[in-house]
Write a protein that binds this ligand. Structure first.
Ligand SMILES: CC(C)(COP(=O)(O)OP(=O)(O)OC[C@H]1O[C@@H](n2cnc3c(N)ncnc32)[C@H](O)[C@@H]1OP(=O)(O)O)[C@@H](O)C(=O)NCCC(=O)NCCS
Length: 144
């Protein structure tokens, strides 16, 4: 498996994974903005045997990074793909001089919390009604 920057050719698979993964998915314009316009954005894909199997989107703004989206094709989960993308992203953040990375995760998303916790992320605060459907989020941070 390799991790590489996404291109516009990857968008349809990214959107498929996004729609299968999140209750309020990003749409094509969100991803196009990340790819083409946002100077702080990194959109990477995991590719296995020529197929895109997951992606991660994050921003690096000076010494601070923020993970916005991380998802893996549902039938390929729990095989180490998410962890590999997270480790690759954090390495890039380290190289860019970041001191910390934050993310928000649904309080019900215990699988993602376990992944981040295993990697050293700590829960900082609970953001009340953070999501459009009223669910709370944990703000998590990794000092790097
Ligand atoms: C969260 C997600 C990206 C993890 O990707 P993944 O490739 O399945 O995860 P990995 O196989 O790399 O697993 C890494 C760790 O996550 C946890 N984990 C992953 N799947 C799990 C499961 N089904 N049950 C319990 N823990 C699980 C474990 O701690 C695992 O480490 P371990 O294998 O040593 O036990 C994936 O489940 C996903 O796409 N979920 C939907 C989108 C989402 O919730 N994204 C996060 C938004 S904040």
């Amino acid at each position: 498996m390799k991790i590489r920057p996404a291109t516009t050719q990857d968008l349809s698979t990214i959107l498929t994974i996004e729609n299968l993964s999140f209750p309020s998915p990003w749409t094509e314009p969100h991803f196009l903005y990340e790819l083409k316009e946002n100077p702080y954005a990194f959109l990477l894909v995991a590719e296995a045997e020529g197929f895109v199997v997951g992606y991660i989107d994050f921003w690096i703004t000076f010494q601070q990074a923020q993970i916005n989206n991380l998802a893996v094709m549902p039938h390929l989960r729990h095989r180490g793909i998410g962890k590999t993308m997270l480790m690759d992203a954090v390495e890039r953040m380290k190289k860019a001089g970041c001191q910390s990375v934050t993310l928000e995760v649904r309080v019900s998303n215990t699988i993602a919390q376990k992944l981040y916790g295993t990697y050293g992320f700590k829960k900082l605060i609970k953001k009340s009604r953070y999501y459009a459907d009223g669910e709370d989020a944990w703000l998590m941070e990794l000092r790097i």
